[in-house]
Design a protein around this ligand. Structure first.
Ligand SMILES: [Zn+2]
Length: 338
């Protein structure tokens, strides 16, 4: 049996796991992310929690081929800098250099939303699909696109920011500084803002859950709010379908748990609201299956499909071969890079 080490870095937790070639997590460890601490401290915690996950599985570094990491933002393969990670306030951080002081393993880093999408197509709601997209409807909106079984990320890995695609011209201001992003309308924050506009008086403690509970009970105001929210979401999804037509669309995050009736509404409206939807149909929108495990599995498997040479090399302590594997990974996941 082969084993893979994955780490999912979020603003709240660092979650590491050892994953088998059948995508089963056999050990997992989680610690608080330590937002506000120094880069060195956070990087050390990333290494420690990953080593703990290995130890718990009875393994050592030499038993895995690489260390797969999913984290906010992305490492630019040209500069090898992590461009920005808002949850830590990082800009252009030489993350690979910091991480390298803690490990002999090749380090493969990918955006966390894309890792979750990859995990879902390997082992979750998108299993057996080659072309899929995932949208995570949480506090913000993240996601990833899988094309022909590979993570798609665009030039310098800086594309595929699904939450910051434009939905409304000159619309509400987004946390990214732009206006009208899908994120501002389709996140939990967006839903609450829509509710605020539709209600005469919005209760201070209004939650996403309460809106959907009221909606399921047939409340007319909740219907107005959810209906408007679905319109925004469908507009965003229909654009993605029209551009690259995935075989399946996976929704993650809190809002995706609103229930079957919500998913049915999205599916029905999507067919009506998409170019040629009535004639050729639209991909089905389903709920993600793996929850937080998707990010760990996706990160762990980042190098699994192109590591035919890596196992033979056993790279330990060989800086040139380590870099070679990291470069192989870049070319595998990003066809823009030669
Ligand atoms: Zn934005």
């Amino acid at each position: 049996m082969k084993y893979y080490l994955g780490l999912d870095v979020g603003g709240t937790n660092l979650a590491a796991g050892v994953v088998t070639e059948e995508y089963e997590i056999i050990s997992r460890k989680s610690v608080p992310s330590g937002a506000g601490k120094s880069v060195e401290e956070i990087v050390k915690a990333m290494a420690d929690v990953s080593k703990d996950a290995l130890s718990e599985a009875g393994l050592k570094e030499k038993d895995v081929d690489y260390w797969g990491i999913g984290m906010p933002s992305c490492v630019n393969p040209k500069t090898r800098l992590l461009v920005h990670a808002n949850c830590f306030g990082w800009r252009n951080v030489p993350i690979l250099d910091y991480l390298s002081t803690h490990t002999q393993l090749p380090i493969l880093i990918e955006n966390d939303g894309r890792c979750a999408a990859y995990g879902e197509i390997l082992a979750g709601a998108g299993k057996n699909y080659e072309n899929a997209m995932m949208l995570t409807l949480g506090t913000g909106v993240g996601g990833g696109i899988i094309l022909e079984g590979k993570i798609y990320s665009g030039a310098d890995r800086m594309g595929c920011e699904l939450g910051h695609t434009k939905l409304v011209y000159n619309g509400w201001e987004c946390t990214c500084g732009q206006r009208g992003c899908l994120d501002v309308y389709c996140s939990a924050r967006g839903l609450l803002r829509i509710a605020g506009e539709e209600m005469q008086e919005k209760p201070e403690d209004l939650t996403v859950r309460r809106i959907f509970d009221n909606w399921k009970e047939g409340d007319a105001l909740a219907e107005k709010i959810v209906s408007r929210y679905v319109d925004y979401l469908v507009a965003g999804l229909s654009t993605f379908i029209t551009i690259f037509r995935p075989e399946i669309i996976i929704l993650g995050g809190g809002i995706a748990n609103a229930g079957e009736a919500f998913l049915e509404r999205v599916n029905r409206n999507l067919k009506k609201g998409t170019f040629s939807g009535e004639e050729i149909g639209v991909p089905r929108v389903v709920r993600a299956k793996l929850g937080n495990d998707a990010g760990i599995i996706g990160a762990a498997m980042l190098g699994a499909k192109q590591n035919h040479t890596a196992s033979a090399k056993r790279h330990m302590g060989r800086a040139d071969e380590k870099l070679e594997m990291e470069a192989e990974y870049d070319s595998f996941f990003n066809r823009q890079i030669q």
